[in-house]
Design a protein around this ligand. Structure first.
Ligand code: FMN
Length: 203
């Protein structure tokens, strides 16, 4: 017997409710301009090729504000951000990492001795806090149509020597930031995400 529309709908609802209906709702809302955050997340990629033009002060301030407003454990804010924009400071930083030729960078550092500590096992929250701040910075850069790459592969000893201003801080990450070059593209890795099945479990 040929199935009617409503019984087919029932099948879909039972078998693929989340995949089918949640997605339809998502697409409708997206069409009407909702889900701005998800669009931003989809648009962001690690940009590794930049134009030489400087990043405007307005945009630098907005990224710093996005970072400043990030949540930290128990609101301890055991962090500091350095906007590296002057030629002398950039020269020092480029000797540690070439920054993919970006015209500016941020350094995000944390102080474990000022961070929240989990009483159960002594786990220190400083690096987690710094990572949240870095994520705010990176997403704000994308929102401002800037390119950005999180850089974790640097020599911390060389960096500490180059920046005595950051003494007492553990530098968690560098962020190369600038206007993406016209031929900048996401790397191959960008699209290699785990399937939702592997990534998340509903209990
Ligand atoms: C903690 C962390 C450290 C990273 N360190 C580097 C790095 O040192 N050099 C680099 O080119 N990319 C680095 N990346 C960027 C990742 O390689 C990139 O996010 C990942 O491959 C996914 O690509 P996508 O950002 O384009 O989506 C880092 C990203 C994170 C989150």
């Amino acid at each position: 017997m040929k199935k009617g529309f409503f019984s087919r709908l029932g099948d879909v609802s039972r078998i693929h409710h989340r995949a089918a209906f949640a997605d339809v709702e998502y697409r409708i809302n997206r069409f009407f301009g909702s889900y701005g955050f998800l669009s931003l997340v989809e648009k962001r990629y690690s940009c590794r090729k930049f134009k030489s033009q400087p990043v405007s002060d307005v945009k630098i301030n907005r990224m710093l504000e996005a970072a400043r407003l990030a949540p930290t454990a128990s609101n301890k804010q055991p962090v500091h951000v350095w906007a590296v924009t002057s030629e002398t400071a950039l020269e020092r930083l480029r000797a540690v990492h070439p920054l993919f030729g970006a015209p500016m960078a941020f350094m995000v550092g944390c102080k474990p001795d000022e961070a929240w500590v989990r009483s159960f096992d002594g786990k220190n929250g400083a690096e987690t806090d710094a990572a949240i701040i870095g994520t705010h910075l990176m997403l704000c850069a994308a929102d401002l149509d800037l390119g950005c790459t999180w850089i974790g592969a640097f020599d911390p000893v060389k960096l500490a020597e180059a920046f005595p201003e950051a003494a007492g801080y553990q530098i968690t990450a560098l962020f190369a930031v600038g206007v993406p070059a016209s031929d900048a593209t996401p790397s191959e890795r960008h699209s290699q995400r785990k399937s939702m099945e592997d990534f998340a479990t509903e209990l």
